[in-house]
Design a protein around this ligand. Structure first.
Ligand SMILES: Cc1ncc(COP(=O)(O)O)c(C=O)c1O
Length: 465
């Protein structure tokens, strides 16, 4: 008689336990095709459970094709339900949880992560409830690819006011994070053999996206004033030039107006676009945020923004501000990608901005991050003195530390991790290798001051040994 371990303490219905157990035996080949299953009455009395439970489990197995019933002669394992090398589900679960425990104990200087414990949960939760209860029925259906009009309208006003972006709602396409915006730009503008001029170093994820359709990257070095616009070559014609002018990622410089003008003049003369990634510049600590490049020429610049840094990356909300010529094609592409970004989140965000909560949150977070940045600079100076220096403008959620005579090899990064601290070499983001081996990115947005201090002390201890 078939023995099935029944556990009444589990929060899993008995019929599910019977069904799962037999299903597993069949998939693993322990019950073979043609083998007869016991009668439901016998099985139930053997296991001490109700016959209905067994009947329902058998009906489920029958419906999914694991067993077949022959009238009068009983129930049999069906042909073709054996799957070789079924992975034990439990093993994966265990591995994942072990990994999480390790990561949890590490002081992680990952860049671009805002203070996750300070997400405005109350306001967001209140608005989510209001939006959900008040939204007309049609808003729960499919929506337009470019995104909700109320969000695009309020966003255009917000961008004009805070970032000097010149646009109206029709030029905005709401995306699933800036990452999707980069992916749409790639599909929109790049084919095999095309060229992109791009700051070097620059996020390696962005490099991967832009080269995904066969385009090649022409790296333009970055100095303490951002992209070296004097090195833009007239002999190679790019489809676009990619820049992070308000806070270069990762090195942190700001592109001065002279270079901005040079960039726009180049783009006009060579009939190419400029893609401006404005990811974290609202957090500027020693002055007003730098105005956007897009404000200088809205028909040459494609502006990309995100709510991942000023609110949360989990929202997956970003946007594109497009020149007129690209709007319709971009909407079609967005439709093709995922129809549209989830409507309810867009509606919540629109109200969040409309009620002035985004600006209030940014003001509050600017103070928090300023303190964290200050703490990082201070402890850094204390621990490293003149043997290292901090680079970049006082903006955003990370800074760069440059060390004398240190090379951040895989081995050092591994040793740091073993000592519960994680830092990110600039070299990982370099296109031309070898120029930034002594620099690391230190993200401080999601670290409390005590963690920052402890992390930098650990960094010194490992580097000293
Ligand atoms: C340079 C840069 N731009 C933009 C983003 C934002 O990406 P997303 O909006 O998809 O979270 C990131 C993410 O870290 C980034 O490093």
């Amino acid at each position: 008689m078939l023995w099935i371990p029944i556990d009444r303490t589990l929060d899993i219905p008995l019929k599910r336990q019977v069904y799962e157990y037999i299903r597993k035996l069949i998939l693993h080949g322990e019950l073979r095709a043609g083998e007869k299953l016991p009668a439901t009455r016998e099985c139930a009395s053997h296991l001490g459970i109700s016959r209905n439970v067994v009947i329902e489990a058998f009906e489920q197995l029958l419906a999914e094709g694991y067993i077949v019933g022959h009238q009068g002669s009983g129930t049999f394992v069906a042909e073709g339900a054996f799957l070789e090398q079924m992975q034990e589900e439990q093993t994966t679960t265990l591995e994942i949880s072990e990994e999480c425990i390790q990561e949890k104990d590490v002081i992680d200087f990952r860049s671009g992560i805002p203070a996750l414990d300070m997400f405005p949960k109350k306001d967001w939760g209140r608005l989510a409830k209001e939006v959900c209860l008040e939204a007309p029925d049609y808003t729960f259906g499919y929506d337009h690819p470019e995104g909700r009009l109320e969000l695009r309208k309020i966003l255009s006003q917000y961008l004009r006011k805070t970032r000097g972006v010149k646009c109206h709602a029709d030029q905005i396409v709401i995306t699933t994070g800036a990452t999707q915006a980069f992916s749409l730009i790639t599909k929109l503008l790049l084919s095999q053999g095309d060229k992109v001029f791009i700051e070097d170093p620059i996020t390696n994820e962005i490099q991967t996206i832009f080269t995904s359709t066969g385009a090649s990257l022409i790296p333009i070095p970055v100095d303490e004033q951002g992209m070296r616009t004097d090195l833009l070559s007239d002999s190679e014609k790019p489809r676009f030039i990619f820049v992070t002018p308000s806070h270069q990622f990762p090195l942190g410089s700001i592109l001065p107006i002279q270079r901005r003008i040079q960039l726009i003049q180049y783009a006009r003369a060579n009939e190419c676009y400029i893609v401006e990634d404005d990811y974290d510049s609202e957090f500027r600590y020693n002055g007003e945020p730098i105005s956007s490049l897009q404000g200088l020429d809205s028909e040459r610049v494609i502006y990309v923004g995100t709510f991942s840094k000023n609110l949360s990356p989990a929202l997956r909300m970003g946007y594109l501000v497009l020149p007129q010529a690209l709007i319709e094609r971009c909407k079609s592409l967005k439709w093709f990608h995922d129809l549209h970004t989830p409507s309810l989140n867009q509606m919540i965000l629109a109200r969040f901005i409309e009620e002035g909560l985004l600006e209030r949150h940014i003001r509050k977070m600017r103070k928090v991050y300023m303190k964290r940045r200050k703490a990082l600079r201070e402890v850094f100076l204390q621990e490293f003195g003149k043997t290292a220096k901090i680079l970049g403008d006082s903006t955003g959620l990370h800074l760069i530390a440059e060390f004398k005579g240190v090379e951040f090899t895989e081995d050092i990064i591994k040793r740091l991790f073993q000592n519960h601290v994680k830092v990110y070499p600039v070299e990982h983001h370099a296109i031309r290798k070898g120029r930034h081996v002594n620099k690391v990115i230190l993200g401080y947005g999601n670290l409390r001051t005590e963690e920052i201090k402890e992390g930098v002390c650990k960094l010194r201890t490992v580097l000293e040994n």
